[in-house]
Ligand binder design. Structure first.
Ligand SMILES: *Cc1c(COP(=O)(O)O)cnc(C)c1O
Length: 229
C-alpha cells in the first residue's frame, strides 16, 4: 500500500463507492500538500476534528482553492468547543457533530452574525459510551426538533462513530441502531429538518457502514496512510 500515492488511493476508494456516497477525507494531522493531492485526485470533501488545524490548512490552500474548479466541502467531524464556534462557522460547510441544544443555539447565533445557514448532522452516541460525545439515541428526536426550529441551522441527518473494534463486523449493530433512528426521524415531523445524510464508517468499517445505509463515509488512513505520531 505504501507504494501507492495519495491520489491513487483516493481514486481507488472513489471507484469502489456506490453512487451517491460522499467521501470525506479525514485529514487530522495531515499537511496541506497531502490534502491538496487528495482533492486533485477527486476527493470532494475534507473532514477535520480540530478547528485550528482546519483553519491552518485552509489558509495555506486558499490561493490554490480559489482557482480549483470544484469547490471542496469542509466538514467538522470532531467535537466543537464553545470558544471555537465563531471560527468554525466561518470555516465549515457542515458540522457533523451537533450534540446539544445549547451548542446548537450558540452555532445558530454565530451563523446569524455572518448571515450563513449551516448544514448540521446530529452525532449519535450509538454505543452509549460515557466517554464519547454525541447524544444518547433516546434524546435524538428532541434535539432534532429543536434544531429544526433554528433559523440559521439546516438539519440534514445523523453521524456516528460507534465503539472502535479490531473486527469491523462488530460495528454493525451500532450502525444499525443509528440507521434505525435515521429512518424513524425521516418519518417524523421535523419542521424544516430533513434526513438526507447518514455519516458512518471509517477506514476499517466503511464497507459495512455502507451496507447498513451510510451515504457519507469518513476515511483517513486508507487515503493518507498511517498517522504519524
Ligand atoms: C480520524 C477519524 C476518521 C477516520 O479514521 P481512519 O480510521 O483513519 O479512517 C473518521 N471519523 C472521525 C470522527 C475521525 O476522527
Amino acid at each position: 500500500m505504501s507504494e501507492l500515492s495519495i491520489g491513487d488511493r483516493v481514486g481507488d476508494v472513489l471507484a469502489s463507492l456506490p453512487e451517491g456516497v460522499l467521501l470525506v477525507g479525514a485529514a487530522k494531522m495531515r499537511s496541506p500538500e497531502e490534502a491538496r493531492a487528495a482533492i486533485e485526485a477527486g476527493l470532494p470533501a475534507i473532514g477535520h476534528n480540530y478547528v485550528q488545524q482546519a483553519e491552518t490548512m485552509r489558509q495555506s490552500l486558499s490561493e490554490w482553492e480559489a482557482r480549483w474548479e470544484n469547490p471542496v466541502r469542509w466538514h467538522l467531524i470532531g467535537h466543537l468547543q464553545r470558544n471555537k464556534v465563531k471560527k468554525a462557522v466561518a470555516l465549515f460547510d457542515m458540522i457533523e457533530t451537533m450534540d446539544s441544544v445549547s451548542l446548537a443555539h450558540t452555532v445558530d447565533r454565530h451563523c446569524a452574525d455572518i448571515r450563513k445557514v449551516m448544514s448540521v448532522l446530529i452525532e449519535i452516541n450509538s454505543g452509549r459510551e460515557s466517554s464519547k460525545t454525541g447524544v444518547a439515541p433516546g434524546e435524538t428526536l428532541n434535539l432534532a426538533r429543536e434544531i429544526s426550529q433554528m433559523e440559521h441551522l439546516r438539519l440534514q441527518g445523523l453521524m456516528t462513530m460507534g465503539p472502535r473494534f479490531g473486527d469491523p463486523e462488530d460495528s454493525r449493530p451500532y450502525f444499525r441502531v443509528t440507521k434505525g433512528l435515521f429512518d424513524s426521524l425521516s418519518s417524523a415531523d421535523l419542521g424544516g429538518g430533513e434526513m438526507r445524510y447518514l455519516s458512518m464508517g471509517m477506514s476499517n468499517s466503511y464497507r459495512i457502514a455502507i451496507e447498513e445505509g451510510a451515504n457519507i463515509v469518513r476515511i483517513g488512513t486508507t487515503l493518507f496512510g498511517e498517522r504519524r505520531a
